[in-house]
Design a binder for this molecule. Structure first.
Ligand code: ASP
Ligand code: MG
Length: 402
């Protein structure tokens, strides 16, 4: 078997953890498997490097930023190879240029285009464990690029696809995907399996287990993933196309507090207004989520929507600057809101799921401000102060606990 094993920063944070990972990889190797290891930078190294750069120059050139950040992963792979060597197992570390992993040119947000596999194959054939830097690539200028924060997951999935790996294991500091955040819902249960689409919904709601693009890529190339912990032997969560035949109605509840609501009030009730508002925001890369348009009254209507709270300032400035073009009477915003969502691939074919969610919120006296649905998700916007209580109530209503 060819196995790709990816370890996050916390799994290689210090000497003991590095040796722990080295031993686990060697275990697989000694069973006769081919082992490719993808590593993140140790612990909080990437944050530290970003802080260092800002000390020198608050607005560093993007190319130099990637040059700097890539050193974090390069440190990890070299040390890992040394640990394996100390344990008497042949290993070799490779960075993105040595592999090579080709990406688009955009520094800080490059996308993988193609991975050359000859060098890796050659090292595997020589019975070495191959340890590869996550998160980085090279572009057409032979410059180092990075894939965006958390990008090592995507490196691992891309390598698994390119090498036609038999397994792709993503080790993190959580041991799988849960029905809800266990810090908020103590009786949350670990899921044995989730589908790619469910995982994408979990991730887009801030359940930061995997880099979103890694899941998209896994879905596209049919790479089955397992998320598990490097510190325990517990079984993880499998992420794949089809989950069990008896699909769970609802697989989990997720919350997102990085939300704010904007209301563009009293715009003219005529064609093109929604286009103008959302085009303006899209041009500035501001993502909009739940959208509600009121029924028109006296030639006027209101359009409300949510944005990430981190984008609120910029969105409000843009909208206010364009208030006249948008024909708005006032533009208001609200910050103390949060989204909670239920996610489940079984939802599509079962009526009454939404009603059940709303009933449980009603019973907990939680007011719903906005509602949005997709095929496998129902999201409500509520007051932020209600969010933890609402999570527990909804989690109970769908019997998600152990
Ligand atoms: N070290 C990079 C980061 O912290 C990439 C990764 O960990 O996946 O974002
Ligand atoms: Mg990560």
């Amino acid at each position: 078997m060819l196995i790709v094993k990816k370890f996050g920063g916390s799994s290689v944070a210090d000497k003991d953890r590095i040796y722990n990972v080295a031993r686990r990889c060697i275990e697989e190797y000694e069973k006769g498997n081919e082992v490719v290891v993808v590593l993140s930078a140790m612990g909080k190294t990437t944050d530290g490097l970003i802080a260092k750069a800002r000390e020198i120059n608050p607005n560093p050139p993007k190319r130099e930023m990637d040059m700097l950040l890539a050193t974090g992963e390069q440190t990890s792979v070299a040390l890992m190879s040394m640990a394996m060597s100390a344990l008497g197992v042949p290993a070799v570390s490779l960075n993105a240029a040595q592999v090579a992993m080709h990406t688009t040119s955009a520094y800080g947000m490059a996308k993988l285009k193609r991975i050359d596999t000859e060098r890796i194959r050659h090292e595997l054939d020589a019975r070495k464990i191959v340890i590869i830097t996550g998160f980085q690539g090279i572009n057409k200028y032979d410059d180092i690029t990075t894939l965006g924060r958390g990008g090592s997951d995507t490196t691992a999935v891309a390598l698994a696809a390119a090498l036609h790996a038999d397994a792709c294991e993503i080790y993190t500091d959580v041991d799988g995907v849960y029905t809800a955040d266990p810090r908020i819902v103590p009786n949350a249960r670990k899921l044995a399996e989730v589908s790619y689409d469910e995982m994408l919904e979990f991730a887009s709601l801030g359940a930061k287990v995997l880099h979103n693009r890694s899941v998209e890529m896994a879905k596209r190339y049919g790479v089955q993933l397992v998320v598990l912990s490097s510190l325990t032997r517990a079984e993880g969560t499998i992420i794949k196309e089809e989950t069990k035949v008896e699909r769970m109605l609802v697989s989990g509840v997720a919350a997102d507090k990085n939300v704010a609501r904007i209301s563009v009030i009293g715009v003219k009730n005529e064609p093109g207004i929604a286009f103008k508002i959302f085009n303006l925001l899209a041009r500035h890369h501001i993502n909009v989520d739940i959208i509600i348009q009121s029924i028109g009254r006296e030639e006027r209507k209101d359009i409300s929507f949510t944005v990430a709270r981190t984008d609120l300032q910029e969105a409000m400035t843009l909208l206010n600057e364009n208030r006249e073009v948008l024909t708005a009477q006032t533009i208001a915003c609200e910050e103390g809101v949060a989204k909670i969502s239920i996610i489940g691939a079984g939802m599509t074919s079962n009526p009454g799921v939404a009603a059940k969610m709303f009933e449980s919120l009603y019973s907990a006296n939680v007011n719903i401000k906005m509602i949005a649905t997709s095929e496998i998700r129902i999201t409500v916007l509520i007051a932020e102060e209600d969010v933890n209580r609402a999570m527990r109530t909804v989690h109970d209503a769908f019997d998600l606990a152990d």
